[in-house]
Design a protein around this ligand. Structure first.
Ligand SMILES: *Cc1c(COP(=O)(O)O)cnc(C)c1O
Length: 392
């Protein structure tokens, strides 16, 4: 695709409002008839809760993830909470979680009276590694929540081995990486979320598989865990009006499931398009002093929920301002380490108040527009705008 060029040789500014971090409208327009029909079917059937669309989605996601059981729920945060509730942990039990992640990954630990143990992440992949997890394991450690941040799988083989060695549960936070694949050293390939004991994901509209409202899902290969997860998510009941444990109420509604059914069949294509955009960014932004493009883990496909740069030398805010003035949106995911959030200050079981990589990332990361509808014109304009900041 050719980039329109102005007389001075610079790529022309696309209509400013056309550059977005996420473009849900264009994506909708490309499947409008199908989605409208699927939503109308639910409305006409009146099966708003646990209707056929939910069962279809559950089966579709089980097949997609290669996981024996999917339990749909109301959102990704609920998915994480239900996963921890199903593990039968005791107050004070420790759960290891990265300090550089979205708040939900750690919030559910504290909410259940468990102790978050925050660990640092890799400076290039932004993910936790077994090397960072191992020293944080104590006699009270019961579970690890690896977060596949920004769409890249954690290096799971050593984490799975470590968990086996210490008898720990693995609850994957797969909210940002649905569709990514991880290859074990024996050649076995699995989707993220199906690498540990329980996988949790979110269908928040801007996620790689986004609903038109809230949604989430939990998955596991274990029949026993699946039964417990289903019970916890449904008021702790196996039989109606007989409540075996204190549970919660967390459901995916049928309209959201109908939308997700339309998008699940397109998810691999959406993710491939994100990878194409990421390759473009990689090439065009290579070799700029003071700018680091995101690394890829060789053992995994990256599904680029975010395309996140590191900007050195305290220039991030200036770059963000420069981009804003040129009509290019950008976001800081995440500006504050979890241990510095008022909600968590002093609560981490390991009393952590500074982790060097997390601290540096919170000061340096900047995410560029990333979605499945990015055109080459837009990408060229974004890259040119970034380059101009460093060369003028
Ligand atoms: C979005 C997200 C969640 C929570 O999902 P919700 O559906 O918004 O509750 C959890 N963890 C991570 C890493 C996320 O990005």
């Amino acid at each position: 695709m050719a980039t329109p060029t102005a007389p001075d040789g610079r790529a022309q500014l696309p209509p400013v409002q056309s550059i977005q971090m996420v473009d849900l409208k264009t994506q909708y327009e490309q499947m409008q008839e199908e989605v409208d029909g699927a939503i109308l079917d639910v409305v006409r059937s009146g099966a708003f809760i646990n209707g056929p669309a939910v069962k279809q989605f559950q089966a579709g996601l089980e097949e997609f993830l290669g996981s024996a059981h999917v339990i749909p729920c109301a959102n990704g945060t609920d998915a994480l909470q239900i996963a921890l509730m199903a593990l039968d942990l005791q107050p004070g039990d420790e759960v290891i979680v990265p300090a550089f992640t979205y708040v939900a990954s750690a919030e559910v630990i504290a909410l259940l009276g468990l102790s978050p143990v925050m660990v640092d992440v890799d400076p290039f992949t932004f993910n936790v590694t077994a090397a960072q997890i191992e020293p944080a394991i104590t006699a009270r450690t019961k579970a690890i929540i690896p977060v596949h941040l920004f769409g890249q799988s954690c290096d799971m083989e050593p984490i799975v081995a470590l968990a086996k060695q210490h008898g720990l549960h693995i609850v994957e936070d797969n909210a940002q990486a649905i569709g990514a694949e991880y290859t074990f050293s024996d050649g076995q390939q699995r989707r993220t979320g199906a690498l540990g004991d329980i996988g949790c994901t979110s269908f928040y509209p801007s996620k790689n598989l986004g609903a038109y409202g809230d949604g989430g899902a939990i998955n596991t290969d274990s029949d026993e865990l699946a039964a417990r997860l289903r019970m916890v998510a449904n008021h702790g009941q196996n039989r109606q009006y007989y409540h075996d444990v204190v549970g919660c109420n967390s459901r995916l509604d049928s309209i959201q499931a109908a939308v997700l059914n339309c998008k699940l069949t397109r998810l691999d294509d959406y993710n491939a398009r994100r990878r194409t955009a990421a390759r473009y960014y990689d090439e065009q932004l290579a070799g700029i002093d003071g700018l680091l493009t995101p690394a890829r883990l060789p053992a995994s496909t990256h599904v680029y929920h975010q395309y996140t740069l590191r900007i050195a030398g305290g220039r991030r805010e200036a770059l963000q301002q420069h981009l804003r003035e040129a009509g290019v949106p950008s976001m800081i995911y995440y500006p504050v380490p979890l241990y510095d959030q008022d909600a968590f200050r002093g609560t981490a079981a390991n009393a952590v108040d500074f982790l060097p990589v997390t601290d540096a990332l919170c000061r340096e990361v900047l995410s560029l527009p990333m979605h499945s509808e990015l055109t080459e014109d837009t990408l060229a304009y974004v890259c040119q705008t970034v380059r101009a900041f460093f060369t003028t």
